[in-house]
Design a protein around this ligand. Structure first.
Ligand SMILES: Cc1cc2nc3c(=O)[nH]c(=O)nc-3n(C[C@H](O)[C@H](O)[C@H](O)COP(=O)(O)OP(=O)(O)OC[C@H]3O[C@@H](n4cnc5c(N)ncnc54)[C@H](O)[C@@H]3O)c2cc1C
Length: 391
């Protein structure tokens, strides 16, 4: 009887994991809380910086070509929406995905958190998943879990130290979190917008706002980062991903030419709503405070995993990144901001004390931002080799 793998999330990594596992004879069930690639759909309007050949497996392309689906050229730089339409959605259709089906929690059948701690008997029982779909709640079972649920649904709060700024909770509905709320920037035309955050997501938003300002010159853009720096985006020398480098350059140019007002070394201390606008109190590295008034606030301060899904299992995550512990230890040894330079680590770094539970993809990185789809595909190959060896 082949082992049954429950795959949580039909993002790029969940789908590739299912394809690879099926080709090795495993039974798989893919659970997706929304539509196929639901997280990526939320930034479908953004162009990716890695070419199609880095984001898709040869096996996936071959499967689609067999099904008469025309796949993109290897060098194509697609938007998120194009990648879904031309690759992920048809792939999901071939593999079979239970869409609009949320996995609410995972446990061991008959074994509680405190049972068989560190003992081989822990793997004698199957996993039991609590599922919710349009028909209500039900249970499912599996021998192995691939948790590919990502982090995109949990944006970090705005405040200093990773906790919400004072007043952020009350203003939550007025704040745009991450890239997902930036498809339509027209309401921001000729208004004041404050962007918080220093990564590629923030740069993408700033460049989009710069375009809006070209058509609506009264648009006022302020950009705040925590890291003290003269320029917002540190460029990677000889960046092998030209699209990524062009993004950093365009964002920096907007600052240099004065179209975007940039302040570094500041964090958001408090937010207040005043007469339809937002007053942000900012804290400097030296402990002093300043204030700025804005009509719109966009938070691009990264994402964090939701640990509640596997809370009943023996999951070991890093206290600093909330990523898989051994992987995080290897990743913390890496330096620089270039995700292409990050080595793929072996399957041993994906192992948790809970036998048969593995976080793959963005979730395995926790809060570490440098994850690439290509890295996730490498994880899948090494994990399936490991499982074969251990069987
Ligand atoms: C703007 C932007 C641009 C990017 N560009 C690139 C790029 O060019 N190249 C690159 O390699 N990477 C890029 N990335 C990173 C890329 O998004 C991630 O590498 C990739 O999406 C991670 O895939 P994943 O499958 O691990 O997670 P996700 O894509 O986040 O997929 C997780 C899936 O799990 C589902 N899910 C979550 N919880 C549950 C649950 N409890 N039950 C059921 N389903 C659940 C979600 O709905 C989602 O569909 C970019 C990211 C952003 C934000």
């Amino acid at each position: 009887m082949p082992k049954h793998i429950a795959i949580i999330g039909a993002g790029p990594i969940g789908l590739e994991a299912a394809l690879a596992a099926q080709s090795q004879g495993y039974q798989t069930t893919i659970y997706e809380r929304g539509e196929i690639a639901d997280a990526m759909r939320q930034w479908g309007h953004v162009r990716m910086f890695s070419p199609f050949s880095m984001n898709a497996s040869e096996e996936g392309v071959a499967l689609l070509q067999k099904a008469d689906v025309k796949t993109p050229a290897p060098e194509a730089i697609l938007t998120g929406a194009e990648f879904i339409e031309q690759y992920l959605a048809p792939l999901g259709k071939e593999l079979g995905v239970k869409t609009h089906t949320t996995v609410k929690s995972i446990a061991r059948e008959g074994d509680g958190k405190r049972d068989h701690i560190g003992e081989p008997e822990r793997s004698d029982t199957r996993f039991r998943l609590l599922i919710e779909d349009r028909n209500g709640e039900s249970h499912a079972t599996a021998d192995i879990i691939f948790d590919c649920s990502g982090t995109f649904l949990n944006p970090n709060p705005l405040g200093d130290g990773g906790v919400p700024a004072l007043g952020e909770g009350q203003l939550r509905d007025s704040i745009r979190y991450g890239i997902r709320d930036t498809a339509d920037l027209s309401p921001l035309a000729d208004r004041r917008t404050l962007v918080i955050g220093g990564g590629h997501t923030a740069s993408t938003i700033i460049v989009a706002l710069g375009k809006l300002k070209e058509a609506h010159p009264k648009t006022h853009i302020e950009w705040i980062t925590k890291r003290p720096s003269d320029i917002p985006c540190a460029r990677i020398a000889d960046d092998p991903l030209p699209e990524r480098d062009a993004l950093s350059e365009a964002a920096n140019d907007l600052v240099v030419t004065g179209k975007v007002h940039f302040h570094s070394g500041k964090t958001v201390y408090a937010l207040h709503q005043i007469d339809g606008s937002i007053k942000a109190t900012l804290r400097d590295a030296d402990g002093s405070f300043s204030e700025t008034q804005t009509d719109h606030l966009i938070s691009a301060t990264g994402y964090r995993p939701d640990p509640s899904l596997a809370r009943e299992l023996h999951v070991q995550t890093c206290w600093a990144t909330e990523g898989t512990y051994k992987l995080a230890a290897s990743l913390l040894g890496e330096t620089g901001g270039d995700c292409l330079a990050v080595a793929g680590f072996g399957a041993e770094t994906l192992v948790h004390p809970e036998p048969g539970y593995f976080a793959l993809g963005m979730k395995s990185y926790g809060r570490t931002p440098d994850f690439l789809i290509r890295t996730g595909r490498e994880q899948i190959v090494s994990l399936l080799t490991y499982l074969k060896r251990e069987a």
